[in-house]
Design a protein. Structure first.
Length: 201
């Protein structure tokens, strides 16, 4: 039987990122705190992976971004616009709930929300059965991936969804929107879900 590779010893694939390799090493070290021999094997596997990747990088098999190899040539990054942060007087739970996404994340999620709104407007009868559940799933994914806490993300999205449905029903029932009630409700629900998924964490 062949001896396991360093990747197999850490339980990661050979294309795992440096962060994944490091996290696997840290997790295994914690699991085997009392076993010094096992910890030595884990550390040896981690070192072997690092040495292998360093050698591959020196041989040009791994492309290194220009800014890492030649830091003096790296262009000065443009300051990204940021949303105002909550003041220090805000409760900690509220400050921890509000996110400050970068513009790229805002535009990507806004594009997805706009597409769902467009589909809900042109096919309002399918909104409840197709577009709204799709928007709900997208919101759970988008919010959960920020901190890899999908349970927390699901709860926040569920509360946001209930609030969005109540607002949508209230606004959609106004006489002003009587002819477009379903479209207005779907649009408001998807828009509120986008705000929840994009600006909360």
């Amino acid at each position: 039987m062949s001896e396991p590779t360093p990747y197999e010893q850490l339980g990661v694939s050979d294309i795992a990122s440096f962060e994944e390799v490091r996290d696997a090493r840290d997790r295994l070290q914690k699991e085997h705190e009392s076993d010094e021999l096992r910890q030595a094997v884990i550390e040896s596997a981690y070192d072997a992976i690092l040495m292998e990747r360093l050698k591959a990088r020196q041989e040009g098999k791994i492309k290194v971004p220009e800014g890492i190899r030649f830091p003096e040539r790296a262009p000065n990054p443009l300051p990204s616009p940021t949303l105002p942060r909550l003041g220090s007087s805000a409760p900690v739970w509220l400050a921890n709930l509000i996110d400050n996404p970068n513009p790229r994340e805002i535009w990507i999620s806004f594009g997805a929300a706009t597409t769902l709104i467009f589909l809900a407007i042109i096919a309002p009868n399918a909104a409840a059965s197709a577009w709204l559940p799709l928007g709900l799933l997208a919101s759970v994914y988008w919010l959960g991936r920020k901190e890899n806490k999908f349970g927390r993300g699901f709860l926040i999205v569920l509360v946001g969804f209930i609030l969005a449905v109540l607002i949508g029903i209230g606004v959609g029932n106004l006489s002003l929107w009587a002819d477009y009630g379903e479209r207005v409700r779907s649009t408001l629900i998807i828009l509120i879900m986008w705000l929840v998924a994009c600006f909360l964490r």
